[in-house]
Design a protein around this ligand. Sequence first.
Ligand code: PRX
Length: 634
Amino acid sequence: MKTVKSLADYQSEYQTSVEQPEKFWEKIADQFLWKNRWSKVLDWNFTEPTIQWFVNGTLNITENCIDRHLSKNAHKTAFIFEPNEPSESTQNISYQTLYDEVCRLANVLKKLGVEKGDRVCIYMPMIPEAIYGMLACARIGAVHSVVFGGFSAQALKDRINDSLCKVVLTTDGAFRGNKKIPMKATVDEALIECPSVKYTLVFNRTNDTIKMQEGRDLNWKTEVQSQPDHCEPVYVDAEHPLFILYTSGSTGKPKGVLHTTGGYMVYTAYSFANVFQYQPNDIYWCTADVGWITGHSYITYAPLLNAATSVIFEGIPTYPDAGRFWQVVDKHHVTHFYTAPTAIRALEAAGLEFVKPYKLTSLKVLGSVGEPINEEAWNWYSANIGKNKCPIVDTWWQTETGGILISPLAGITPTKPGFATLPLPGIQPILVDDKGNEITGNNVEGNLCIKFPWPSIIRTTYGDHERCKQTYFSTYKGLYFTGDGCKRDENGNYRITGRVDDVINVSGHRIGTAEVESALNMHEDIVESAVIGYPHEIKGQGIYAYCISINEHINSDDLKKELIDLVNKQIGPIAKPDKIQIVRGLPKTRSGKIMRRILRKIAEGDFANLGDTSTLLDPTVINEIIEPHLKNNN
Ligand code: PRX
């Protein structure tokens, strides 16, 4: 794919994309294989919202990810699989092998009765088969719903039932550092109450003993072996759903963000090529998990659409030691390395002795994603990993945006620590105040919205379009609201300051405070709780839970442990509160609204700046909440 090559190129491409968006995107879409060309590039309205890109176009995305490359690149490596255990051998998967594997698996899905539009849940560790699973669904027009392997049985069950999945793809277990995680056992527990699921396909990874339910559970390798390595692609409408990915919001249960096929393909491919400036012999490595949007867009789809070679890593940054990432970079001559600030901070804390043994000379571009990167971590990353010669692309985007919206283009856009810098061509950011008035000019701060659609924008929240409308398109009329606060500096560079809603970003994972609260409230001793985020050195934000117990004075370690276990069971370890404080009451307004602003200040230890507390129903609760903090400080 032809990419922007200079700042002047970027500026002129940006201008065209704003002045003639349809012409701009059409030219990019024309670089892909379509069965039928579209009749109209874009049809949209942000009120309903209805957004259609490449109207009436038909295609199969896997043909673009795989088949299209076979004439020239059949033997090129698509994926290098680096297992959890450094001593286990690496696997090189060529585009041809990828084709064969995806086709065989697609044939198995067909045999199991999966048809176009049906949903398939993927609950797997970071192994190539997870990616085969996603692509096998797309091959036959089925819709994948990947659920991160760290979610609990309850969370998995909720997600399966929300989209009524027919089949679940999973493994016996997962290797994660020095731990083995049961996967199939969790699926078994979830499926007790998932009537839509007819089959599971189980890939044996850890070779642990698992229960296989006759008539429902099938062995992956056995099923795949007997299938032909060709499967005709099913052509779908550009607006046919490609996947559902659940993400947390400020209220209620996680929502199933739905992305469709044509626009998602065009935007992810374009953004990857331009942001990373990937060249044909480069080795790209994104350390995310396919359970998150970064894994969908920038491990599975975009690299394949660009015929790239990427590393898939099963393990964790600190096993066998904190030098593992850098060892893998040297081993596979990685040129492009894309990770999250939380990992950078954790590896910085581990000390330079884990970096020193490695050369890191292959690196050309470093990336950051998922949360604001603090200047210190940015500088450490640049100096010690990039040796001050690799541009850092701080990429801002969201599950709902499908692809990177604001980011430097590697080697082209001047970088600035902590800043995602400039919008990609086609992206029109706007800052608004709380009333929705545009904040113009530079050196300003406001709520970040986008005023024009881009091809990979969210289309709906699965099964509940009204929720999509309310969450993203109703706060500010005619705008897509991101939920993020943002600064624009004197040169027009954007810096994302964090969420302005009740969503916490823990180690780059989005956690809805309402979800954690409802898990805590399930405990028989808990009457009410309020969960907020507080600054955490490694995780970016930690989870602080204030809970009211019916047994007023109980602040025991046992109760706290039970509460943590409960959150683990309801959601998963990623949502575990870092701190729990049992309180007698919560600061509420007279209308009963919890004043989280005050709770945040207390958790930060900023007792002098609690702001106006005069509207509180019972101001004395504040002193009671602060008291134990003061004691701890003395
Ligand atoms: O608050 C922003 C933060 O992560 C949120 C999106 O989370 P999620 O949908 O899980 O997707 C994460 C991976 C794209 C955003 O609303 N965020 C993401 N990237 C950045 C960021 N905050 C600051 N800088 C970033 N580069």
